[in-house]
Design a protein around this ligand. Structure first.
Ligand code: ADP
Ligand code: MG
Length: 401
């Protein structure tokens, strides 16, 4: 009886025993060739031998590489309000698309995802709906998010020999229900295992911050829908705050200002390009300006105006003030020991909105703590999730299943 149980266990633990056998034979074969023990005896056999050896070796090396690797892909996903990124372990960041999905209202089918769907935003006929399924970093439309995940996984070739292992980030403040929704969507999309990591932790890992040390680190991630500040120590979030003010709200503030001051109606994309081109979080010594085209709110006709950076600065004041306020609240809640670490190390800024001109200077001036933008801020989170899924054991304390 005991014998049979043991046998069953052995079989269960080594489902790919036969492949290991192949690998072992391969290694032995490689070894015998490199040691010359299989040298051809007859000279005219040499060409034939070496060709066979070459093909066989190629095959074995290929197999060997695959074997020391895993049979399934390990995939990191950053489902942002504005942009979604996918990272495949061993390949790097393989996909970067806007988080937009176009769905047919007739049969609920997904028609386009990412760049293609973004082109449809605001231009769809009655039977198509182009929407952004993530709001403030959490799922606003479950079915659409699941379809989008499936699309991403298919596009990066995740459904190979076996189902992939997937890790997704969620904002630090999400509820248990929201966590389960993200995990559920990943499993429904065909993951063999799904893990979650809190966004500030991923941002910090991606920015090269040593999160596991017993020392305080402050990360400020500002994306499209939300800004989140967190203090991290010993691989966990000690305290955090988030505010639903980030890139989108800054764009809206610019649109409102232009409408109020110039009676000009502009679209989301125009407002965003004004922000990126001439927006600055602090008044700059060199005044810039640009021509902005839109629709006159009174006559309804197309109109062009001259907009200066001073005006844009004025327009952005309120949303930027809200982010600073949130940051100050977090700082007030930090335990004193960690406060001194933060003053020493500064605040690391990540996310697209961290790229707003002079934002680091404004934060330094307002909080008295040096702030600096991480390298490649748009990709810090995805890189961090990628590093975490690649080193599950190292970051076990920061990962949730
Ligand atoms: P999310 O994580 O929410 O998807 P991202 O981190 O991708 O957001 O950042 C997207 C936001 O960053 C958008 O609101 C975009 O306008 C803003 N952004 C991108 N580049 C710049 C820039 N150079 N200056 C200011 N804002 C920027
Ligand atoms: Mg983000």
């Amino acid at each position: 009886m005991r014998k049979r149980t043991m046998k069953r266990l052995t079989v269960k633990r080594r489902p790919f025993g036969f492949l290991e056998g192949v690998r072992f034979t391969g290694i032995l074969y490689q070894f015998s060739i490199t040691n010359g023990s299989r040298a051809p005896e007859r000279p005219h056999d040499t060409a034939c031998y070496s060709l066979i050896d070459y093909v066989w070796l190629k095959l074995l090396i290929e197999l060997d590489t695959k074997m020391s690797f895993s049979f399934y892909k390990k995939i990191a996903i950053d489902l942002g309000t504005a942009n979604s990124l996918v990272y495949v372990v061993g390949e790097g960041v393989v996909l970067e698309e806007p988080t937009v999905v176009a769905v047919s209202l007739n049969d609920g089918k997904v028609l386009a995802v990412g760049h293609e769907a973004q082109k449809m935003l605001g231009r769809t006929p009655g039977n198509i709906k182009a929407s952004k399924p993530m709001r403030d970093g959490v799922i606003a439309d479950y079915a659409v998010t699941e379809a989008m995940l499936k699309y991403f996984l298919r596009k990066v070739g995740a459904y190979g020999l076996m189902k992939p292992e997937v890790m997704i980030c969620v904002p630090a403040g999400v509820t248990q229900v929201e966590r389960r929704a993200v995990l559920g969507a990943a499993m429904e999309a065909g993951a063999r295992n799904a893990y979650l990591i809190e966004e500030p932790l991923a941002a910090a890992i991606g920015a090269g911050v040593p999160i596991s040390e017993p020392s305080g680190n402050m990360v400020l991630d500002m994306g499209g829908g939300a800004s989140e500040a967190a203090v991290i120590s010993l691989g966990g979030v000690v305290t955090f705050k988030s505010v639903r003010v980030a890139g989108n709200r800054i764009d809206e503030a610019i649109s409102k200002y232009v409408r109020r001051k110039h009676n000009l109606v502009i679209g989301e994309t125009t407002a965003e390009s004004i922000k990126i081109k001439i927006g600055s979080a602090m008044p700059s010594s060199k005044e810039e300006a640009m021509e902005v085209t839109g629709r006159d709110s009174i006559t309804g006709l197309p109109k062009q105006i001259h907009l200066s950076s001073v005006e844009v600065f004025e327009a952005m004041r309120e949303p930027l003030g809200k982010i600073i306020q949130m940051l100050k609240t977090v700082m007030e809640e930090v335990p004193p020991e960690l406060s001194s670490d933060i003053i020493d190390k500064g605040i690391v800024m990540t996310g697209g909105t961290a790229q707003l001109k002079s934002f680091d200077r404004l934060i330094t001036q307002e909080t008295g703590v040096p702030a600096f933008v991480a390298e490649d801020p748009l990709r810090c989170v995805i890189k961090g999730i990628g590093i975490a899924i690649e080193n599950l054991d190292v970051y076990a304390r920061s990962i949730k299943k």
